[in-house]
Design a protein around this ligand. Structure first.
Ligand SMILES: NC(=O)C1=CN([C@@H]2O[C@H](COP(=O)(O)OP(=O)(O)OC[C@H]3O[C@@H](n4cnc5c(N)ncnc54)[C@H](O)[C@@H]3O)[C@@H](O)[C@H]2O)[C@@H](O)CC1
Ligand SMILES: Nc1ncnc2c1ncn2[C@@H]1O[C@H](COP(=O)(O)OP(=O)(O)O)[C@@H](O)[C@H]1O
Ligand SMILES: [K+]
Length: 501
């Protein structure tokens, strides 16, 4: 159930299901109507007066089916519309079968109803909502009458989650077969309220032909790929990660990453520190090892000699010139058949390439696409991928995908709706985050978690997706008062509950 279907793919699912039988388009619509009414009666048993706002397409068709069923239960239902459905369409049949009152949109007043069913537009929304429909959406949102949206809150793009003109703020959204990206990307997600995915008779087998490439980030996506421990494992075979430290005044970020890498299961973690920061680290680190490194060659040699498999570079690092030297040297090691295979660049390691991102992309272009993970937040994304970031026509999902191809790297485009994208086209959208994560250092923890999983040989896309989900779960479990230090300490509980590690 974690596949996300674009509106185009959903249309394809619809066509394939109808071709396979036994349901035709109107039968699927009736099933959709039944699922809407079932959900609605369960949640709003006291709603006496219900308005159904019907658009011209099949979304409106679902609305007529729901109106018919509700009126059959004796409830006071009225449909409002300005455009009748196209003749001979499934929606046309649904409108004909509904025998209750149909009014013009001009006669609609939100205050006269206990509940509103929004069936203006769903997957077929193709342009900005204007005119009377827009005025109604604004008035309903202001009136605070509960809205149940059919498929998607009208005005939300199913492909991108963007608001086109105006969008309902629903209390419940009933969608069919699978969620769409618009249900999980912001602002769409906030507009949906509770999301109920219902079975309307479309068989799972249609997915074989559609082969969706975008997923909601749930443990199903990466559970199987999570590292397991054999009885005879030893710490270096389990996985050795290094975290590059910056100078004296910014060492905390390094330790947050290191602690997270260790807690997620790396067998050994070493902080590579410049001389001036050694004493500070030495005073704080216990199980995590510490190594003095000065020249780029020191780090590269250590990585080779001590069978290091992954590294985090960037948090609290500060020295941009050194980063620009280190990154090509480290990526080169990813390619030379040595153990090292995973470089995570965060924070300063992203900003260091702000003036010449192509320098990073050239180095990454020569390595395996699974060797590099970039973890930009909004600001860092714009610094590295200016043109892609500024393209208003692209959704966050598309931006992450373009960036991933551009950089030949796995991208974790962070935020409330973090998108993880791989150059092969796979993408995952995260939905379990909490605003509690907006606390200094939480990104450093995330970078450390990714490297800790890479150290254990977890495939890169799955490691990135798992880190994002587990990080958010840790934050939610801790709850209010969370600071970044708490995140690694919650991981044992998170892992144990999933049976991982
Ligand atoms: N795909 C499926 O498997 C199923 C889909 N169903 C319903 O069908 C819906 C999709 O139906 P449609 O493809 O007919 O799409 P919609 O009903 O969402 O809208 C299509 C119509 O709206 C017009 N339109 C789009 N944006 C507009 C705007 N901003 N202002 C004015 N007019 C606009 C289009 O020209 C078209 O006439 C889904 O959202 C769902 O509710 C259900 O009936 C069950 C099965
Ligand atoms: N409002 C929010 N809702 C959910 N997650 C958030 C929110 N704000 C930030 N986060 C998450 O918190 C982390 C912050 O990372 P980052 O901005 O790099 O912080 P820092 O540099 O302080 O470590 C990311 O994983 C991001 O997705
Ligand atoms: K709708």
């Amino acid at each position: 159930m974690h596949e996300l279907l674009t509106p185009r793919e959903m249309g394809e699912a619809d066509r394939l299901a109808i071709a396979a039988g036994p349901y035709d388009g109107y039968a699927l619509m009736r099933n959709a109507g039944v699922s809407i009414v079932g959900a609605l009666l369960e949640r709003f048993p006291d709603a006496g007066r219900i308005a159904v706002l019907c658009g011209p397409g099949n979304n409106g068709g679902d609305g007529y089916v729901a109106a018919k069923l509700l009126s059959e239960t004796g409830l006071a239902v009225a449909c409002f519309r300005n455009h009748a459905p196209r003749e001979n369409s499934a929606a046309f049949l649904a409108a004909a079968d509904y025998e209750g009152p149909v009014h013009s949109l001009e006669d609609f007043a939100a205050s006269e109803f206990d509940l509103i069913i929004d069936a203006f537009y769903g997957a077929g929304l193709a342009r900005s909502i204007e005119g009377i429909e827009r005025s109604i959406i604004d008035a309903v949102n202001a009136a605070n009458v509960p809205v149940v949206s059919v498929d998607l809150p009208s005005g939300i793009s199913g492909a991108s989650g963007a608001t086109l003109g105006a969008a309902f703020k629903a209390i419940l959204t009933v969608t069919f077969f699978r969620k769409k990206p618009g249900h999980v990307l912001q602002p769409g997600r906030d507009r949906c309220g509770e999301i109920l995915v219902t079975d309307i008779g479309i068989g799972e087998r249609v997915l074989d032909a559609i082969a969706p490439q975008c997923f909601e980030n749930t443990p199903h996506l990466w559970h199987q790929a999570f590292p397991t421990l054999s009885a005879d494992i030893h710490k270096y075979r389990r996985g050795h990660a290094v975290i590059f430290s910056g100078g004296l005044t910014a060492t905390g970020a390094t330790r947050l990453s290191a602690r997270a890498a260790a807690r997620i299961g790396a067998g050994a973690v070493t902080v590579l520190s410049p001389p001036d920061a050694l004493l500070v680290h030495a005073a704080h680190l216990t199980s995590i090892m510490l190594r003095r490194t000065e020249a780029v060659a020191d780090a590269v040699n250590f990585i080779r000699e001590r069978k290091v498999f992954s590294a985090v570079l960037g948090p609290g690092f500060g020295d941009f010139a050194r980063i620009r030297e280190l990154v090509p040297a480290l990526l080169d090691k990813c390619e030379t058949g040595e153990a090292f295979k995973g470089l995570v660049l965060d924070a300063d390691a992203l900003t260091a390439f702000e003036d010449d991102p192509d320098q990073l992309f050239r180095a990454a272009g020569e390595t395996d696409a699974n060797a590099l993970v970039l973890t930009p937040h909004e600001g860092e994304f714009h610094r590295l991928f200016g043109t892609i970031g500024a393209d208003q026509a692209l959704s966050k999902l598309e931006k992450a995908r373009h960036a991933s191809k551009r950089a030949n790297a796995i991208i974790i485009y962070k935020g409330p709706d973090t998108v993880i994208a791989a150059p092969d086209g796979r993408a995952a959208i995260n939905t379990n985050a909490t605003p509690l994560l907006a606390t200094a250092g939480s990104g450093d923890v995330l970078a450390g978690m990714v490297s800790g999983m890479l150290a254990q040989r977890m495939p890169t896309f799955e490691a990135a997706a798992a880190a994002v989900w587990l990080h958010a779960d840790a934050a939610k479990r801790f709850g209010p008062g969370l600071i970044a230090e708490d995140l690694p300490e919650m991981l044992p509980e998170v892992l144990a509950d999933l049976g991982l590690g």
